[in-house]
Design a protein around this ligand. Structure first.
Ligand code: HOZ
Length: 436
């Protein structure tokens, strides 16, 4: 088996063979574009197994993983508590399409943990969560327009695939074909961290805006903290104009704190979209908020939203097991400690090779921007040197470290990463930086 410390080129014969087959059968060979390694001039490897902070590909190469299945694997891969919970739930049936007790337990936990949530509905992905939240906002306010921010990514929802981050940005197509112009015209897109731009839009069209939706800490254009007071300004403006404020905490929910960015910032939105960590690695999303708004949903209200597999017992059991374990292990404090160790290691590696690249971290989320410019919005993020990123990615991958194959994604540390893993990673990063 090839160990993470090996620096020789890794054989990927079986992955290459599988990828050839995939290209014949699946568009682009992948079931989600961010997996395609296109902008790092590579090809994806195929995973055989993952455990803790490590993954092994089908050619038996081993990697320390900082993608964590794009966020959900906060305890690490295949945690015992989650495997047992899924196994136990499955013995009683894998899907009912009829209410089950896990749904109540999950709803109670979410209402207790997430400040904005008085009532919640479960869905199957983050995309479904944001899609449903904006429909609800439009139904509740009787208005059509949405405000979103450049570089924020809210899943592949028609109305929100405008100036979108994540894979859309990575592949240079932040606006998708197939989104009707009439729909895109209802989405007003503004630079992040620019309160004056939001104030202007509200002054001009405030009474037609249903909602402002944002990742309160954008994590799909790299990782970009909000400037002091920005979230509160959005809260005040939306309230003054009768619009709703929607936080998309699919990335940050249960990750940066038990109650997400809204707990850390003290700014409470009207609606919140959740996903990723909430499912323990199974396909789960949720959206919730004030009761008076949530009660607009069918069957009580006029806004239709539904799902055959929503509240699925396996998914609920997995998510509950992961969330309870996080709390039991004092997860958020431990992740902050690990994150600080990681940050110091990265900053030391940067200093050692005389690079002044911008590094952002929030708890266990991080991004190294290959630019010396401060990063406060998408334009700043786009000043990154993508060819330097590409070289860095290739070098660390060959050294057995798997970072996301895009400058515009966020990295994740899990509770399964040890300080020794982080040290190994820092050494690989230092080698990669020295080689730029
Ligand atoms: N939302 C994920 C991280 N940016 C992307 C996952 C995907 O598109 O497959």
């Amino acid at each position: 088996m090839t160990s993470p410390s090996s620096s020789s080129a890794r054989p990927r014969d079986l992955s290459e063979k599988l990828y050839r087959s995939a290209l014949d059968l699946i568009p682009g060979g992948v079931n989600s574009p961010v997996r395609a390694f296109r902008n790092v001039d590579g090809e994806p490897f195929f995973v055989r197994r993952a455990k803790g902070c490590r993954i092994w590909d089908v050619d038996d190469n081993e990697y320390i993983d900082y993608v964590g299945t794009w966020g959900p694997a906060i305890l690490g891969h295949a945690p015992r508590v989650v495997i047992e919970a899924v196994h136990n739930a499955a013995k009683d049936g894998v899907s009912f399409g009829i209410p089950n007790p896990y749904e109540i337990e999950m709803a109670r936990l979410l209402c207790e943990w997430v400040p904005s949530v008085e009532k919640v509905r479960m869905v199957n992905s983050g995309t479904e969560a944001t899609m449903s939240a904006i429909r609800l906002a439009r139904g509740f306010t009787g208005r059509d327009k949405l405000v979103k921010f450049e570089g924020c990514y809210h899943g592949h929802v028609d109305s929100l695939l405008v100036a979108a981050g994540s894979g859309a940005l990575t592949h240079g197509k932040p606006d998708s074909a197939g989104v009707p112009a009439a729909l895109a015209d209802l989405t007003i897109t503004l630079p992040f961290n620019d309160p004056a731009a939001v104030e202007k839009v509200f002054a001009e069209a405030g009474d037609s805006i249903a909602a402002v939706i944002l990742e309160p800490v954008p994590a799909n254009a790299g990782l970009i903290p909000p400037r002091e007071g920005f979230l509160q300004r959005l809260r005040n403006l939306t309230q003054e104009h009768g619009a709703l404020l929607i936080f998309d905490e699919v990335m940050t929910g249960f990750r940066v704190a038990r109650g997400g960015v809204q707990e850390l910032s003290g700014v409470t939105p009207d609606l919140t979209a959740l996903g990723k960590v909430i499912g323990g690695g199974l396909p789960v999303g949720a959206f919730g908020g004030r009761s008076e708004i949530m009660d607009y949903l069918a069957p009580d209200g006029p806004v239709y939203q539904a799902g055959t597999l929503s509240g699925n017992p396996l998914a609920m059991a997995a998510g509950l097991a992961q969330l309870k374990e996080l709390e039991k292990q004092d997860g958020w404090n431990r992740l902050e400690t690990l994150g600080a160790v990681f940050e110091k290691a990265v900053r030391d590696a940067l200093a050692a090779c005389g690079r002044n690249y911008t590094f952002h971290r929030l708890g266990s989320m991080f991004c190294l921007f290959f630019t010396e410019q401060e990063v406060h919005d998408l334009d700043d993020a786009k000043s990154s040197d993508l060819s330097a990123f590409k070289k860095f990615f290739g070098s660390t991958l060959e050294d057995g470290i798997y970072f996301a194959p895009s400058q515009f994604e966020t990295g994740f540390i899990s509770l399964a990463h040890s300080e020794a893993d982080i040290e190994t990673t820092a050494q690989a990063a230092a080698r990669a930086l020295a080689g730029l």
